[in-house]
Design a protein. Sequence first.
Length: 177
Amino acid sequence: MKNEIAVFGGGCFWCIEAVVQRLKGVEKVESGYTGGTVPGKPTYREVCSGLTGHAEVVRVTFNPNELSFEDLITIFMTSHDPTQLNRQGADRGTQYRSVIYYQNEEQKQTVEKVVEQLKAAYADPIVTEITAAQEFHVAEAGHQNYYNENSDAGYCQAVINPKISKLRAMYADRLKS
């Protein structure tokens, strides 16, 4: 079975990238932007303005023999707060929305199934957007592999480390050695 692609965002792409990079079966993770209304390749500064309509997302290439799409989406949905509209923690704006861009009808059905299964786990409604894949733009080089290269930075210590600790506690059997 060949590798598959998943694209999703839940706040700052540095957080989501750091989480999914640690999963068995994940071959590649690229931080980037999608879902915008402004033509052309957006820059980080433009996306952060909130004026382009793009979301900060990751494009994940994974081996479905090692990590199913359903498990990947479940881990994503539990690694951020899918009940917060257009924000995660202190990051606010539509660029930080919780969103899954499905690649085909099978992925769409799987996402809908996972969201339905997780509803009971949250006191508030899940607001994660589920939408068809759109053009993906790879973010600038300084945003790739961010946590692994900047783990001592304040943002990484305060925001990403707790997400990785949660990942280890909830999905230890799914982590790379």
